[in-house]
Write a protein that binds this ligand. Structure first.
Ligand SMILES: [Zn+2]
Length: 397
């Protein structure tokens, strides 16, 4: 394709809204607008990626620092919108809300008799733990929902030191919404002082740590009161026991026990549904230098950046046109910089845009029957006889 046909507009300056290097280079090189819209050059990369994506492992060929769960691939980037849990030791990675971790149950203790206590102004786990002088893990946290399908009231209990993952809950029982005050009192619960004991028509769902944690403090379903020593199985039964809580940094990995770290990422794809715009960003983030982008061959918008330096005596442009035609019919994808710009401008743009190979047709070399070839990442260029250009390109790539 021709440069002017693609209407490429490179920028001299980094956009002031560039929060990452990769985004900045994509805007400067004319792949994206500052508003993150895809321009024809970016579209060219995306088309290439789409054609490769029938091979589900194609992402592994671009030297990207990927993190993967068994169904999703992530790229770490500070501006990413997906927080993941990551184990550096065994490479376990998963969206934070879905990550598993090794849970540590309490040391077993005998079940104690239940006891109702006055707990004024303790509607939160923190206030309750402070008031009773208990660690948060000796309390049960109550969360109340209504199932979207069938409008069933759902009472969820997790240990007081844990955070419920709504994503995990929805995987177990389907879509839910928060229960209304009316639904809560109809079920016989009291907001801020709720427990699963004695509820009417409620689906009781508990995290798997709850049955393993004896003698938890829980609400008495009466404002201002809690129960000490509630025990799942003895005082109430749960219809569903499942892993329902969020992992956090420092929690032990389910596979190897090493502590987790958290990371900001973007998702590059779930199973075989790829996010090509995020892959373009990941490529730019990983493959650039101080002059611009330097795409790996299979992901570059074009194999070759072809340019001519306007001659004083000879018609370099016509020769470049001929090379363009010959390469194109040989199946090489070429971006032909057909502008009558100064050589320096074109060299800069070639480096910015980052095709793997540059071919320069200049008067001086042409007199010897040669053109110049320069791989984007090489320090030096080489001279190649005009007749050998195609075979040389096959060799280099
Ligand atoms: Zn691990």
């Amino acid at each position: 394709m021709k440069y002017q046909q693609l209407n490429i507009q490179t920028q001299r300056e980094f956009p002031n809204n560039a929060r990452t290097q990769g985004f900045g280079w994509l805007v400067r090189a004319g792949y994206l607008t500052r508003e993150n819209e895809i321009l024809p050059l970016g579209g060219q990369v995306i088309e290439r990626l789409q054609s490769l994506s029938s091979d589900p492992s194609f992402l592994t060929h671009f030297s990207l620092p990927l993190l993967s769960s068994d169904h999703e691939t992530f790229f770490p980037i500070s501006t990413g919108n997906v927080e993941i849990i990551h184990c550096e030791a065994c490479k376990y990675a998963e969206r934070r809300e879905l990550a598993n971790f090794k849970k540590t149950p309490f040391s077993q203790e005998a079940e104690l008799p239940i006891e109702k206590v006055l707990t004024p102004d303790c509607p939160t786990i923190e206030s309750l733990a402070n008031f009773l002088n208990l660690p948060r893990e000796k309390t049960a946290k109550a969360l109340m929902y209504t199932r979207t399908a069938g409008a069933q009231f759902v009472f969820v209990a997790v240990r007081g030191d844990m955070q419920l993952s709504e994503a995990k809950l929805k995987k177990v029982i389907g879509e839910v919404r928060l229960a209304t005050a009316e639904e809560i009192s109809k079920a016989g619960a009291a907001a801020g002082y709720a427990s699963p004991i004695g509820l009417k028509d409620a689906l009781i769902v508990v995290d798997d740590l709850i049955p393993q944690s004896p003698n938890l403090a829980a609400g008495a379903n009466e404002t201002g009161y809690h129960l000490l020593n509630t025990n799942c199985g003895r005082d109430y039964s749960a219809a569903i026991i499942a892993d329902l809580v969020e992992a956090a940094a420092g929690d032990p990995c389910p596979r190897c026990g090493c502590p987790f770290t958290t990371e900001s990422t973007v998702s590059l794809g779930v199973k075989r549904e790829f996010n090509f715009e995020n892959i373009l960003l990941a490529l730019a983030e990983t493959h650039h230098d101080e002059k611009g982008l330097a795409f790996p061959k299979s992901a570059a918008p074009f194999d070759v950046y072809l340019m001519h330096i306007t001659g004083k005596e000879s018609d370099t442009r016509t020769i470049a046109e001929e090379i363009y035609t010959a390469l194109s019919s040989a199946g090489v994808s070429v971006l032909f910089d057909d502008r009558d710009e100064r050589a320096g401008v074109k060299f800069n743009d070639a480096d910015l845009i980052g095709c793997p190979l540059r071919i320069t047709v200049g008067e001086k070399n042409l007199k010897e029957g040669m053109v110049e070839l320069k791989p984007r990442k090489a320090e030096k260029n080489m001279l190649v006889p005009l007749a050998d250009v195609i075979s040389k390109i096959r060799e280099t790539s």
